[in-house]
Design a protein. Structure first.
Length: 141
């Protein structure tokens, strides 16, 4: 069965604000939703912590789903890259990371940028890599 061109939709949300990025792929069955599990909060030491939910909304398994980089303004997150080895259709997983307090003052609005990649299955057992780049405005709390 030959693969046909399609569109992968990546959706993200944080603090009630959402953003979507469409990517052209060879397999229209890929769909990965990326959403913040809660607001960007201080972790008690003045740093900012966030948990991101990754959900496979497609009908094929995704392998090596990796958040390669996360920036809050110009401040990079700690503990990245983070990889989820296998994400079956309908399954979700969480990745948590922190940003130093130098990212900004509580109450300020910053752009949260998340960059990642994944590998999806094609008919016949072949694989096709995909990637995502998201940008959201978040309020630091």
């Amino acid at each position: 069965m030959a693969a046909t061109a399609g569109t992968t939709t990546i959706t993200a949300a944080a603090d009630g604000v959402s953003g979507t990025a469409a990517l052209t792929t060879l397999n229209p069955a890929y769909s990965l939703a990326v959403a913040a599990a809660g607001p960007m909060l201080t972790d008690g030491s003045g740093n900012y912590a966030i948990t991101v939910n990754l959900t496979n909304k497609g009908n094929v398994a995704l392998a090596n789903v990796t958040i390669q980089k996360a920036l809050l303004g110009t401040t990079a997150a700690s503990a990245l890259p983070a990889t989820i080895t296998n994400l079956l259709p309908g399954a979700s997983a969480q990745v948590s990371f922190t940003f130093s307090s130098s990212a900004g003052a509580a109450g300020s609005t910053k752009v949260l940028r998340i960059t990642g990649m994944y590998v999806g299955s094609l008919p016949g057992g072949a694989t096709q890599p995909g990637g995502f780049n998201l940008a959201l405005f978040v309020v630091l709390r």
